[in-house]
Design a protein around this ligand. Sequence first.
Ligand code: SAM
Length: 261
Amino acid sequence: MITNLPEELRESGAIEVRKKLGTITGGNVLDVGTDNGDFIKVLMKTLKGYNSFTGIDVSEDDIKKAKEQFQDAPVNFIVMNAESMTFQDNQFDTVCISYSIHHLENIDAVLSEMYRVLKPGGYFIIQEMYSDGEQTKAQIVDMDMHHFNVKIDTLLGIPHFASLTRQQLRNFITKVGLNDIEAYESSWSIKCLFCDDANKCQYPMRTENIEFLLKQIDDDLDRIREHPSYGELIEEANLLKERVKTYGSSGASVVYFFGKK
Ligand SMILES: C[S@@+](CC[C@H](N)C(=O)[O-])C[C@H]1O[C@@H](n2cnc3c(N)ncnc32)[C@H](O)[C@@H]1O
């Protein structure tokens, strides 16, 4: 963990999540929708222990990037659709999914597959941003940025959906059939505890942040330059840029669910 945590991060709830993760012996861990494996990095630093990690993602490009980052670590990355995994029943000691639920076309199918491959007594861990509750103006801009990105992905046929409320997430998780469900909330992501730039993130209005966000909006817009909806979205992009310049942006709050099979 970095020294000199900003006060906002210390009080965000992230430390309690870290403590909870520190009580879990991971064993053989499956990370679903792993992307470039960022959550695996967090788990390596926070779990009480682990034997191995398996990261799956439906995107070949993401798995290729993940493999490049973990060359010497005990991690196996596989291209696989989480709606129908090729793993055996009860194969993993721990299963997790981080920031991926709002990317899934069939949430129930993926959560039920995760349950199937989890050993009885094993931990099911979810990290996901949520859209309701008291969030700062800068966090609301982050959600608006996300929803702009969702709109563009949708126009391009890439599955990506608006973030859910805590209750909507809980409704999905309740259906899985887990025991001892515990929920934690944090206004900062747990990975911030290990990020050298965490101190900068207290200041959503810093120039480099604003410049980065404005470029991100332009880059997103560029992806649909040839699409008939391009004109309409220019106006939306300009309004979003004004909000970015007024409030900056900082990551939306996150909810963590822990349950056992
Ligand atoms: C925002 S990224 C995940 C970020 C990462 N887990 C983290 O915590 O930093 C969402 C990922 O879910 C993947 N995904 C979406 N649907 C999937 C599915 N049915 N099976 C496996 N991966 C899926 C996407 O390809 C994408 O890489």
